[in-house]
Design a protein around this ligand. Structure first.
Ligand SMILES: [Zn+2]
Length: 220
């Protein structure tokens, strides 16, 4: 019984744990550089976020859900024009841990075609729900993608206040951190609060001397 439980844990969680551990020991050496990343979009909120990033001349990375990208092609175009990095966050945000190999393959294949048709060459991937299965790992290798996890999460997808998101960010962020936020999905119009928090947080972080870069800068 114990062996079965251990095997199940290894099967379900080992790839995820491996990459999360790797991220924590392998932080960027660039002391004052931080990396804003946004998951689960594009959505009706993304345009406002893009305007905010433009206002403060901040480059960020967007991990888009394939089906949402298909729905908002003009937002993808704007991300490209503004010089942001566009990565993939699955086809429809289903959890890979619960997906068989052929479904996982289809998920990668269909979403990469959508992004290709939108003129996006995808190099970076963030697994939905932050869970990477063995199959997911296999297709990341097959399609030559790099998995990107994070160091800081602000719980911004939950129904929490703007000041709580702001506090979470300012308390947790250190130089070299990849920060995971959300411009789509979430509870009770969560992305609107994320953007409102960033309106205050970005200038404060800039004042502290932080510099914002895309995640492809992380490995340079
Ligand atoms: Zn997500």
């Amino acid at each position: 019984m114990v062996i079965i439980i251990v095997l199940l844990l290894v099967y379900f969680f080992l790839p995820t744990l491996y990459f999360k551990f790797k991220y924590f020991i392998n932080r960027s050496k660039k002391g004052n550089v931080i990396y804003l990343t946004f998951d689960d979009g594009p959505s009706v909120y993304t345009e406002k976020l893009l305007n905010l990033l433009k206002k403060y001349q901040v480059k960020a990375s967007f991990f888009c859900v394939g089906q949402f990208a298909l729905k908002y092609p003009e937002i993808i175009e704007e991300m490209k024009n503004d010089g942001h990095l566009i990565g993939l966050h699955s086809l429809s945000h289903k959890n890979y841990l619960l997906m068989r190999s052929n479904k996982t393959k289809q998920d990668f294949f269909e979403s990469l075609i959508i992004m290709h048709n939108l003129g996006v060459k995808v190099n970076y991937f963030r697994p939905p729900w932050g869970h990477l299965s063995w199959w997911g790992w296999m297709f990341i290798i097959k399609y030559q993608l790099k998995p990107i996890f994070w160091h800081v999460m602000a719980s911004d997808w939950k129904d929490i206040s703007v000041s709580q998101i702001k506090e979470n960010l300012l308390k947790k962020i250190r130089g070299g951190d990849i920060i995971c936020l959300h411009d789509g999905r979430g509870t009770n119009e969560a992305p609107a609060r994320t953007i409102e928090a960033l309106e205050e947080v970005i200038p404060l972080l800039k004042k502290k001397g932080y510099v914002f870069e895309r995640v492809d800068f992380f490995e340079k």
